[in-house]
Design a protein around this ligand. Structure first.
Ligand code: NAD
Ligand code: MG
Length: 487
């Protein structure tokens, strides 16, 4: 049993199988957003450290054991890492909550099993990545080999710091790549800890390197490094666009999982109690700092007033509280900056004519922390800023619609296309609407569900490439055609 009050030890970089300080000796302090107190010092990777990590990953790929190892052996090691993550679930859950401010219920009961699940699921793929024989002519043997790309640079955000380690590293490693992962400055701790556990699981030196540091320094160094073959990025659309431009110089392959402003559509024929619950968890789960959050609630006109009243009542009961309390369901936003951004959006919404029917304020817990109330904005027009821009906080914009065509038009009238929800009792309508929505994921009569086996990623400005599922393996491998003259 982990002591939940134990101090957190300083975090170091993981490079070539060892925990090391940065070359410059620089550190930064990571902060608990719920208490505004420092947690511990973290070694800060600079350009030189990223270079060392990339060299180690390159050596582990080019000459090293990882891609040459029997796939069954890679499978065994990755499975073991999944087991170790589960065995350290209390420790990882607590670390994630301290660093990010999310409820420990989410970190421990949902995030930990998801990360472990990724390593377990993708370990099985190590032995199942096959090429094909192609019947070109009787005089040739023509076949394809599915091969890893090489060194993958993974750059991840602060909202799901440990889940993202699983989403990026598990498929990349299962396919035989080596990885350099840069966590977000706000939340480096669980990534470093998983890097240590990977060594314990038997991952050879250099196969998984962890380099916490600034996006503008360590992130850019990774994107520009000539020895990195691919960047797998999750974060904002703005940084994604920048990475795309930078990656052009070295023709890197890319997976970009960017922002979202996902519509959650409630038809009048839906099970209303279930839809109220789904609308609420769709936006308030993870404090709304969820790329796929159902942040635009489209409600059919005929039930609009009644539905919003029920939702507001529910939102008011969801009170921010100490994230370390297992009963808490609404934690602290990740940073003061994020809280200010979110409250700024609420203000902008009101100026444009939206009406606050729940929340709308900062609400410190024990006098501290960057907590924001569960907020519902009614009378939003799809053209308003609060309807078009990603807020990334517990703020829901409610937009009424007239009929199916109006719902679909409003849902798709946005640059993003990450996810969408549909609530209806009509099975034909459900499937028809699911097809018409321009989004990478559609949930019908459910919201915010994920599984290592189901691909996740964006349409439109929400990015390209997929995390999770067999589809993600395509993005971490390349195909070689081999022609053999038999005549
Ligand atoms: P961000 O884009 O600011 O940062 C993401 C990561 O990129 C961080 O590690 C950061 O240090 C790094 N970075 C910043 N500038 C960089 C640069 N110039 N070069 C290389 N790396 C750089 O995003 P954030 O604020 O940490 O996270 C929130 C955003 O992430 C939201 O927009 C959200 O929608 C998005 N997100 C998307 C998904 C998805 O799967 N589509 C999942 C989670 C979060
Ligand atoms: Mg932190």
């Amino acid at each position: 049993m982990t002591d939940t009050l134990a101090p957190v030890k300083p975090a170091r970089l993981i490079i070539n199988g060892e925990a090391v300080d940065s070359a410059s000796g620089r550190t930064f302090t990571t902060v608990n957003p719920a208490t505004e107190e420092p947690i511990c010092a973290v070694a800060e990777a600079g350009v030189e450290d990223v270079d060392r990590a990339v060299q180690a990953a390159r050596a582990a790929f080019d000459g090293g054991p990882w891609p040459k190892m029997k796939p069954a052996e890679r499978q065994r090691i990755l499975w073991k890492l999944g087991d170790l993550i589960l065995a350290h679930g209390d420790e990882l859950g607590r670390l994630e909550t301290l660093d990010n401010g999310k409820p420990v219920f989410e970190a421990r009961q949902i995030d930990v099993p998801m990360v472990a699940g990724c390593f377990h699921y993708f370990s099985g793929w190590a032995t199942k990545l096959t090429g094909e024989t192609v019947p070109v002519s009787p005089g040739t043997l023509t076949y394809t080999l599915r091969e890893p790309l090489g060194v993958v640079g993974a750059i991840i955000p602060w909202n799901f710091p440990m889940i993202m380690v699983g989403w990026k590293c598990a498929p990349a490693l299962a396919a035989g790549n080596t990885v350099v992962l840069k966590p977000a400055m706000e939340t480096p701790l669980t990534a470093v800890r998983i890097g240590e556990l990977a060594l314990e699981a038997g991952l050879p030196p250099g196969v998984l390197n962890i380099v916490p540091g600034r996006g503008s320094v360590a992130g850019e160094a990774l994107v520009g490094h000539p020895l990195v073959d691919k960047i797998s990025f999750t974060g904002s659309t703005e940084v994604g666009q920048r990475i795309m431009r930078e990656a052009a110089g070295t023709v890197k392959k890319l997976t970009l999982e960017l922002g979202g402003k996902s519509p959650n559509i409630v038809f009048a024929d839906a099970d209303q109690e279930a839809a109220v619950r789904g609308a609420s968890t769709g936006i308030f789960y993870g404090k709304g700092e969820v790329c796929a959050a159902g942040s635009r609630l489209l409600v059919e006109q005929s039930i609009h007033a009644e539905f919003v009243a029920k939702l507001a009542e529910r939102a008011k009961k969801l009170v921010p509280a100490d994230p370390l309390d297992p009963k808490t369901r609404l934690g602290s936003l990740v940073s003061e900056k994020q809280m200010k951004t979110v409250l700024g959006y609420v203000e902008a919404g009101v100026k444009e004519g939206a009406r606050i029917v729940a929340g709308g304020q900062r609400q410190p817990v024990n006098g501290k922390g960057w907590f924001v109330q569960a907020t519902v904005l009614d009378r939003v027009d799809n053209r308003m800023k609060v309807a078009q821009e990603e807020i990334f906080g517990p703020v829901l914009a409610v937009i009424p619609f007239d009929d199916v065509d109006d719902a679909v038009r409003k849902a798709n009238d946005i640059p993003y296309g990450l996810a969408a929800g549909v609530w209806t009792g009509d099975v034909k309508k459900a499937h028809a609407v699911a097809r018409r929505l321009r989004a990478g994921t559609v949930w019908v009569n459910m919201y915010n569900f994920y599984d290592p086996g189901m691909p996740f990623g964006g349409y439109k400005a929400s990015g390209f490439g997929r995390d999770l599922g067999a589809d993600s393996l395509r993005d971490y491998t390349q195909v070689k055609s081999v022609w053999v003259n038999l005549e």
